[in-house]
Each structure stands twice: as C-alpha cells, then as structure tokens.
Design a protein around this ligand. Structure first.
Ligand SMILES: [Fe+2]
Ligand SMILES: [Fe+2]
Length: 314
C-alpha cells in the first residue's frame, strides 16, 4: 500500500518516501550481514533492518530521500519493520530533502522575534545589553538549533521553541512570586541552554550530534564561558554575571542530572523547575499525539519508564 507518513504504518506491506538519516552495517549471530536504517518523514522517525544486505550493494546512502518498501510484523508486542526494497528518489518524483527536515511547530524567526521583544522590555539595561548582544551575535545558530539529540525539543528551531514557552511560564511565575527578580529570571531562561550552541551541532537536515567540546564539558559550562566572554567585553557588573551564570550552572537541579551547583538563588531554582516542566510537557505532547484515546503509550525512558495514559474525551 502506498502511504505518506510513518504514522500510517501498521502490519503488512507499505511504500513511501523517507529521508535516510543513518545506515549502520551489522552482523547477525549466524554471521550474515544486515543493515539498520534510521528514517524520518519530517515528523516521526523509524528504525528498520534490511536482512542479508551489505552497505556496498546499496543504491542509496545516508542523507538522501529514498523510496522504501517496508514490511510490518508484530514482534514482542510491538510492530517491527523490515526494509524489503529501497531505491533513490528520482528528480521527476518531485521530493526534496527539505520536505523531510523536522522543524518546530512555529517558525524559528517568529520565536526569535518573541525572545527579542522580551529582551527589549527589560528594565535592567545591563541584562538587556548582555542578553541582546548574545542573541544578535548568535541569531543564525539559534534559528537553526534543536535543543537535544533525542528525548525533547529535537527538531530544527526547537531550542527557541523551548525558550519561548519557558519565557511565558517565567512571566506567570514572576507575577505569582513578586519577590523574584523578573529580568534576571527572564535572562536566565533566555541563556540557560545557550551552551547548546557549542555542545551540539545541527546540520541542514536537522541531524544533531554532540561536538567534542559538548562531550567533554557539557552545555552548562560552555554556556557560562560564553556569557563570561560577552560580559567581559560589555563590562557587565560582577554580581550580575555571578547570579546569571549561577542560573546556568544550576539549571539541571542536581549533580546527578549534570548541574554544576545546586540552585542557591530563587531565580535559579525557578528556572530549573520551569525547564523541567517544559521538557516534560514536550514529551507528553509528542507521545499523546501518537496514541489513541483510552490507551497507554509504551514505557517512556525519559519519564522513568512510565506508560502515559491518554484520557477518553466525553
Ligand atoms: Fe540544559
Ligand atoms: Fe532547557
């Protein structure tokens, strides 16, 4: 059957265009060679094996759009897919790589402008100068970056999507807890993951990989270094830099989750909680869109193995 999207797959034979993200060459226990493909349709991803096949015999390679014939069969209570045939797409078929690149729900330019408008509203001119300069100097990277390799916010522009939704939450939090420093809280949100621009690289196909610096230092330290560099150039006061970089150092909450320090200011604690809410809500939203009402998801690793439930609407 000819289909358009990975979400339409079930048991049986299907054909569709998919972007090949990656191909891994493997050897089965019986010594035969097989390939594991990672595909995307721009919304979902799919992993499928092609048995008794070597990479040299393929007509296709990673990072191109292919026409794929898949066979779906239940295995261990889940559907498992095998690649039966695969060939490159032809120019006459009118498909291009850009149709398959996962991108944020809202255009990254709109999200960037939303962040800039929040920076413009800051009463603390030291913070608005510092955050504004970091944003304008890194505009292209911010527009393009995803926030993660997997788990949450892993599409092009989704680092900004994550930040924009956190900014909205931060505004409600600052309205409720009026003792908080509103501009410090917003600046912390805007910069808490800025080190991801150096920790991860997202290519034009939306494929994200860790950089060497990312593997060795993580985005909290890389973010602190970036902010300190700009603050030195702009002559930002020591206390402002201290409080802002502490938010970055502490935004993962505990050392077990990669924090350099535990949150010691109210703004740092608030950013940590807001970050966690947005990351978790993203995981709920993505998984709820894939399951039917009155049913459970598969166990979700990022939610401690919880199978989430989609309530039935009356
Ligand atoms: Fe982070
Ligand atoms: Fe974050």
């Amino acid at each position: 059957m000819r289909i358009n999207k990975i979400s339409e797959l079930s048991g049986g034979s299907f054909e569709l265009f998919l972007l090949i993200k990656d191909i891994q060459s493997k050897t089965a226990r019986n010594g035969s060679s097989f390939l594991t493909f990672s595909f995307t349709d721009g919304t979902d991803t799919l992993s499928a094996n092609m048995w008794d096949m070597q990479i040299d015999s393929l007509e296709v390679s990673a990072r191109e759009v292919a026409f794929v014939s898949l066979e779906g069969k239940p295995y261990n209570g889940k559907m498992s897919y095998t690649v039966e045939r695969i060939r490159p797409s032809y120019p006459s078929e009118g498909v291009s790589v850009s149709d398959f690149v996962p991108t944020s729900q809202i255009p990254p330019e709109t999200l960037y402008d939303f962040c800039i408008s929040r920076i413009a509203k800051m009463e603390n001119k030291e913070l608005s100068a510092l955050v504004g300069r970091i944003y304008s100097d890194n505009r292209e990277k911010l527009l393009h970056h995803s926030a993660a390799r997997s788990v949450h916010h892993n599409k092009i522009g989704e680092l900004l999507w994550h930040i924009a939704r956190m900014l909205k939450l931060a505004s409600y939090v600052a309205d409720t807890y009026s003792f908080l420093d509103r501009d410090m809280l917003a600046s912390g949100v805007l910069l808490h993951d800025i080190g991801k621009l150096d920790e991860l690289s997202t290519d034009e196909m939306g494929i994200t990989e860790y950089t060497s610096d990312g593997c060795l230092f993580g985005h909290a330290l890389l973010g602190i270094e970036k902010v300190r560099k700009y603050a030195k150039e702009l002559g930002t006061s020591d206390e402002t830099v201290r409080c802002l970089t502490h938010i970055i150092a502490a935004h993962h909450g505990t050392r077990d989750f990669g924090a350099i320090a535990a949150p010691a200011t109210a703004e740092a604690y608030a950013v940590h909680c807001i970050d966690l809410i947005d990351a978790r809500m993203y995981i709920f939203e993505e998984n709820l869109s894939k399951i039917d009402e009155a049913s459970f998801s598969d166990p979700i690793y990022a939610l401690e193995g919880t199978r989430i439930y989609k309530p039935k609407k009356n």
